[in-house]
Structure formats: structure tokens, C-alpha cells
Design a binder for this molecule. Structure first.
Ligand SMILES: Cc1cc2nc3c(=O)[nH]c(=O)nc-3n(C[C@H](O)[C@H](O)[C@H](O)COP(=O)(O)OP(=O)(O)OC[C@H]3O[C@@H](n4cnc5c(N)ncnc54)[C@H](O)[C@@H]3O)c2cc1C
Length: 306
């Protein structure tokens, strides 16, 4: 019930406007968001690189409504790629298609994202297209397939599969047929039971099933979860199948289970931390609270300690 409440609140435009303008809101969100400026995320990336993990940088924003905003979002990604290259950061980028004008015009978004992937290819980097709510699932997969087929793009662009969706097994097969890199996650949006498993146990079981398929595919994928049981099962499966740790990576969110992140690095596993930044942090932050409502207490307690 609390999950639904927070996901519902994440869609409130009024609350979002209020929170994003408020200095207190910014302090609250600091647990999961690196800051509002490019320099903030560069500093956070360097700090994570120092203890041995890679990073995927997300410039926060979604559902832009005009071409000017879409082009502005793309420009920021170009600046990010320049910074990644000149500072030799161990980092790539994650973006949302609705931040690149997907709701305005697919052609506009395709042009902008193609240029971003071209830039990533030039600096030997990678672009992950995040997965949004179910109205975008098929369109995102089609978009990424088209991008992947452009000359030089194979292996440089990938997307995300959510294990809570019934359709995901078929989608995994489709993407693997073209050797497209996948980040596997459980899914962060509110979806109806007709298309998504309502029970957490079923989402987890599907996650493990899909993770095993990914590990055996011979393509480099991201296992994105903080679920210790699933992580242990993935490690065990990889060992039993003689799949080396270099054939895949674990991925986790900035500010979530830092202890577990550092432990995986100490054990010799590849780990990538997803670091978001930007002024439009509200929907992202609320989805993180939805995953673990106890975070509200946790964050509040830490604020009073500071
Ligand atoms: C790198 C990365 C990229 C992602 N990209 C997408 C995407 O493109 N599209 C999408 O829909 N979703 C995305 N997600 C979010 C994902 O779908 C889940 O909502 C989120 O990761 C929580 O699921 P879990 O696998 O950690 O498992 P859960 O079963 O939710 O959590 C397992 C344990 O992890 C800890 N935990 C999980 N979340 C939190 C939190 N917010 N705060 C504190 N502790 C927590 C808790 O201890 C919990 O018991 C991404 C997640 C990661 C890690």
C-alpha cells in the first residue's frame, strides 16, 4: 500500500513543483541524487571510481514536452560524455527516451539519441536506455533495436528489462537474438496485474530465471539489484556454469546498500553505480522511497544527526 502511495505521489505535478524548489527537498534527496550540477556528479563519479566501481550517469528528467527542452537534455549528455573522456572516468551514461522528446516526436528523439550514441562510440563509451512505465515498453524496445542496427552502434547501446512484466521473457529472447546488452531490474513503476506479477515472490523468481538466461548468453549484461539472495544465487549459478566474473557486472543505485556495493568490489566482481543528478529529482526520489518506505525515517534521522 505504501509503495502505491509513493508511486502515486511521484506523479503529482504540484508536489513536484513545491519539492524541487525547496532547499529542504534538495537536502532530503541528497541521499539518492548526487546534486543538481554537472560538477556534483563528476565529483561523485570520481569518488566511486576511487574505490573501484564503474558508474552510469543519469541526467535526471522525464516527459519533456517540447523540442527545445529535448535538445537541451541531449546537449547535457554531450557535455557529460566530454567530461567522461577528458577526465578518463570509468563511466557511461543512462538516459530516458521521454527526456529526449519521445512524447514530442519519435523522429526528434531518434535524431538526438543517435547523435549521443555516435558521441559515445567516438570516446569508447556506452549508452543505456532506461526503461520507463509500460506505455513505453514496446516503443522503447523498437527504438533501441533500430539504434543498435546503425553502423558502429552494436554493443554501444543497450536497454533495460523489468522482471515484473509478464512479457519480459519474450523480450529478453528478442534482444538476445540481436546480441543487445540488457540491464535486468525488477521494475519501479506501478503496473496493473494484467501485465505485471502482483506478488513480489513471482517478480523475484522471474528475475532469477531471466538472470540465468542472460548469464548464459555470452553477451555482457548488467544484473541490477540490491537483493542479497538474488546476488548470491547469481554468483553461485555463474560459478557452476564456469562463467567468469568479467562476463557480466552487478549494478546498484547511488546511496543504496553502499556496504554491499563495496563488498562486491572487494570480492572481485564488477560493479557499476547508477548516479543521477539534476534539478528534476522529484519523481526519481519518490520511486526510491516507494521501494523502501522505511527510507523516509532513515533519511529524516540522518538529517537530524548532520
Ligand atoms: C542500476 C539500476 C538501474 C535501474 N534502472 C531501472 C530502469 O531503467 N527502469 C525501472 O523500472 N527500474 C530501474 N531500476 C529500479 C529497479 O527496478 C528496482 O525498483 C530497484 O532496484 C529495487 O529493486 P531490488 O532489485 O533492489 O529489489 P527489492 O526486493 O526491492 O530490494 C531488495 C533489498 O534492497 C534494498 N533496497 C532496495 N531498494 C532500496 C532503496 N530504494 N533504498 C534502500 N534500500 C533499498 C533493501 O534492503 C531491500 O530489502 C534500476 C535499479 C538499478 C539498481
Amino acid at each position: 500500500m505504501l509503495r502505491s502511495l509513493f508511486i502515486g505521489l511521484s506523479e503529482s505535478k504540484r508536489l513536484r513543483h513545491f519539492a524541487e524548489q525547496s532547499p529542504l527537498g534538495l537536502r532530503f534527496s541528497g541521499r539518492f541524487v548526487a546534486g543538481t550540477q554537472l560538477d556534483d556528479v563528476i565529483r561523485a563519479t570520481q569518488a566511486v571510481n576511487e574505490w573501484g566501481a564503474g558508474v552510469s550517469i543519469d541526467n535526471l528528467g522525464e516527459n519533456v514536452t517540447n523540442a527545445v527542452e529535448s535538445k537541451h537534455s541531449a546537449e547535457l549528455y554531450h557535455r557529460l560524455l566530454d567530461e567522461i573522456s577528458s577526465r578518463k572516468l570509468n563511466a557511461n551514461i543512462s538516459l530516458k527516451l521521454t527526456h529526449m522528446g519521445f512524447d514530442v516526436s519519435e523522429d526528434l528523439a531518434f535524431g538526438l539519441v543517435t547523435e549521443v550514441v555516435d558521441h559515445a562510440v567516438r570516446i569508447d563509451s556506452f549508452v543505456r536506455v532506461d526503461m520507463e512505465g509500460s506505455p513505453y515498453t514496446q516503443r522503447t524496445l523498437d527504438f533501441v533495436r533500430q539504434l543498435h542496427r546503425l553502423p558502429g552502434h552494436a554493443g554501444r547501446v543497450g536497454t533495460v528489462i523489468q522482471s515484473y512484466l509478464h512479457r519480459s521473457e519474450k523480450d529478453v529472447d528478442g534482444l538476445l537474438a540481436e546480441r543487445i546488452r540488457i540491464r535486468l531490474c525488477k521494475g519501479a513503476y506501478k503496473e496493473p496485474p494484467e501485465i505485471a506479477f502482483p506478488k513480489k515472490a513471482d517478480v523475484d523468481a522471474n528475475y532469477l530465471k531471466l538472470a540465468r538466461t542472460l548469464l548464459k548468453s555470452g553477451v555482457f549484461h548488467g544484473i541490477a539489484t540490491h537483493d542479497e539472495r538474488i546476488i548470491a544465487e547469481v554468483k553461485q549459478f555463474a560459478r557452476a556454469e564456469n562463467i567468469p566474473a568479467s562476463a557480466y557486472e552487478f549494478q546498484m543505485l547511488y546511496g543504496v546498500r553502499r556496504d554491499l556495493q563495496q563488498q562486491l568490489v572487494r570480492e572481485g566482481y564488477g560493479l557499476r553505480v547508477y548516479i543521477p543528478f539534476g534539478s528534476e529529482w522529484y519523481p526519481y526520489f519518490m520511486r526510491r522511497l516507494a521501494e523502501r518506505p522505511a527510507n523516509v525515517l532513515f533519511i529524516a534521522r540522518n538529517m537530524f544527526r548532520q
